[in-house]
Design a protein around this ligand. Structure first.
Ligand code: CDP
Length: 246
């Protein structure tokens, strides 16, 4: 939350960017955008621009961190110094980036079939090039696509989105100004096949009823996000098929 006077976030029943309460920002996902990574994805989510890159499975190094029974995941979320005009300089490995890296790692520990790769590591890098609220959710959504693109076996392809509260209204997919001045913000990551909740954080407070509404809104939006993830993953193959006219 930031100091200063709180702006009106809802005017005449619409949000400042014209969205309805349950409306997602525009979302574009592209897979296989980096030549040197085993898997990658690029996401434009509203004004967020994020790249995810995956390397591995490869031998876990240094040796003492390796697990003889399963692969370990290393995850680094990072904001580029130019990703946000207002708070540039507060980038790099700070407390926030460390926290987001940790919760993102935990999301994927619950879906990647780690026991298939004993002694290995899988590296996930999330680089935020431009940020406008909801970057952890966008980063998880991008990383899920990058992992599939790298051929890493998972029980599911998770997605993430945030929901929150402004006054007595529940809203979906908060942008930065909404994130800063809302009464609550809850990033949620879900495994769509099982419905398992892989990440749930909360800044602010909600009643039980409000929480249910926010959660259901995020779940409903997940159908759209999952579809975009799938079609991003199929696209490189579609392009290959077109190129070779198969
Ligand atoms: O990005 P997310 O909503 O997951 O995390 P947050 O900590 O709630 O941050 C909300 C937004 O504030 C980010 O998306 C950025 O746009 C902005 N922010 C920033 O510009 N500089 C920082 N050091 C931290 C956050």
């Amino acid at each position: 939350m930031e100091g200063g006077e709180k702006p009106e976030l809802i005017v005449n029943g619409k949000r400042l960017d014209g969205r309805d309460f349950g409306e997602l920002r525009s979302l574009k996902i592209e897979a296989e955008v980096l030549k040197n990574a085993d898997g990658s994805a690029y996401v434009e989510w509203g004004n967020n621009k994020i790249i995810a890159a995956v390397y591995g499975p490869k031998e876990a190094l240094p040796k003492h961190i390796s697990d003889p029974d399963r692969a370990i995941i290393k995850c680094r979320y990072s904001m580029a110094p130019f990703s946000s005009l207002e708070e540039h300089g507060r980038t790099g490995p700070n407390r926030r980036a460390t926290e987001i890296s940790k919760v993102t790692k935990e999301v994927f520990e619950n879906v990647i079939l780690l026991d298939r790769f004993p002694g290995s590591e899988i590296d996930i890098f999330i680089e935020v090039l431009q940020s406008d609220g909801g970057t952890r959710a966008a980063g998880i959504t991008a990383a899920a696509v990058a992992l599939v693109n790298a051929g890493i076996p998972m029980s599911d392809v998770p997605y993430a989105v945030s929901a929150g509260k402004v006054g007595d209204k529940i809203i979906l997919d908060l942008n930065k100004i909404e994130d800063n001045y809302s009464d609550a913000d809850i990033p949620i990551a879900i495994s769509p096949r099982t419905g398992n909740v892989l990440l749930l954080q909360m800044d602010g407070s909600l009643t039980k009823e409000e929480f249910k509404q926010a959660f259901n809104m995020a779940k409903e939006a997940g159908k759209t996000i999952s579809e975009l993830q799938k079609s991003a993953l199929v696209d490189p193959y579609r392009k290959l098929a077109e190129k070779y006219k198969v």
